[in-house]
Design a binder for this molecule. Structure first.
Ligand SMILES: Cc1cc2nc3c(=O)[nH]c(=O)nc-3n(C[C@H](O)[C@H](O)[C@H](O)COP(=O)(O)O)c2cc1C
Length: 193
C-alpha cells in the first residue's frame, strides 16, 4: 500500500499563517508512515489531482474582517468542482486559523472550514486537547492557550513579523493537530483495508 498523504491547504497573505502551516507539517512528520504536503492556495491549481489522491486535507487560513480570508474563500469556491463528483468524500478534514486578536472571530472561520468539509462529505477531526491558560497556574506557554476544541487556534501580534509571532505555544498546538490527524489517518487507512 502506498504511503497515505495528508495535505495542508493554506492561505497566508503576510506569512504568519504559513508559519502555523509549517508547524502542522512538523507534527505530521513526527508520525511514521504518513507523508505531509504543504499546498498554498496561490498554487492550488497545479495540485487539484494531487489533493484528490490524499487521505486527509487540513485547511488553514488567517482571519480577515471577521471570517476566512478571501484567498482561502476563493479556494473553497474553486473546490466546488471536486464537490460535483464528491471526490473528497470520506477523506479526513481538520482546520487551523490565525488572527491578530486573541479572539478575532477565529471560531467563525473554523466553523466555515467545518462547513466546507461537510459539504464535501469529509470526516472532521478536532483538536482533542483540554484548554490551556484557563486557571491560576496557567500561562501563555500552555498548549492550546487560546482554548479551542474544533481545531488549532493561533494569534499573531499585528506589529511583528512571522519570525517573531505567533508564539511557540501556538506552534506546538498546531503541531499537535498535525500529529493527531496523522495518527487518525493511520487508523482510518487500516480500517479501510
Ligand atoms: C484585511 C485584514 C483583515 C483582518 N481582520 C482581522 C480580524 O477580523 N480579526 C483579527 O483578529 N485580525 C484580523 N487581521 C489580522 C490578521 O488576522 C493577522 O495579521 C494574521 O496574522 C495575518 O496572517 P497572514 O500573515 O498569514 O496573512 C486582519 C488583517 C488583514 C490584513
Amino acid at each position: 500500500m502506498s504511503t497515505p498523504v495528508i495535505a495542508i491547504v493554506y492561505h497566508s497573505g503576510y506569512g504568519h499563517t504559513k508559519v502555523v502551516a509549517e508547524a502542522v507539517l512538523s507534527g505530521i512528520q513526527d508520525v511514521a508512515g504518513v507523508e505531509g504536503k504543504l499546498v498554498s492556495v496561490d498554487e492550488v491549481d497545479a495540485h487539484w489531482e494531487a489533493l484528490d489522491g490524499t487521505e486527509a486535507i487540513i485547511f488553514g487560513a488567517p482571519i480577515y474582517m471577521g471570517n476566512l480570508s478571501a484567498g482561502f474563500a476563493t479556494f473553497a469556491e474553486k473546490s466546488s468542482k471536486r464537490w460535483m463528483e464528491m471526490k473528497w468524500k470520506d477523506k479526513l478534514a481538520a482546520g487551523f486559523v490565525n488572527s491578530g486578536s486573541q479572539n478575532g472571530d477565529k471560531l467563525q472561520g473554523l466553523h466555515a472550514m467545518f462547513n466546507l468539509s461537510q459539504q464535501h462529505g469529509m470526516v472532521w477531526v478536532g483538536l482533542g486537547l483540554h484548554p490551556g491558560n484557563n486557571n491560576s497556574n496557567g500561562s501563555v506557554e500552555d498548549l492550546n492557550r487560546l482554548g479551542s476544541f474544533g481545531g488549532a487556534f493561533a494569534q499573531s501580534n499585528v506589529d511583528q513579523g512571522p519570525d517573531a509571532t505567533p508564539p511557540a505555544s501556538d506552534k506546538r498546538t498546531a503541531a499537535h493537530l498535525g500529529r493527531r490527524v496523522a495518527e487518525t489517518t493511520l487508523r482510518w487507512v487500516r480500517g479501510k483495508a
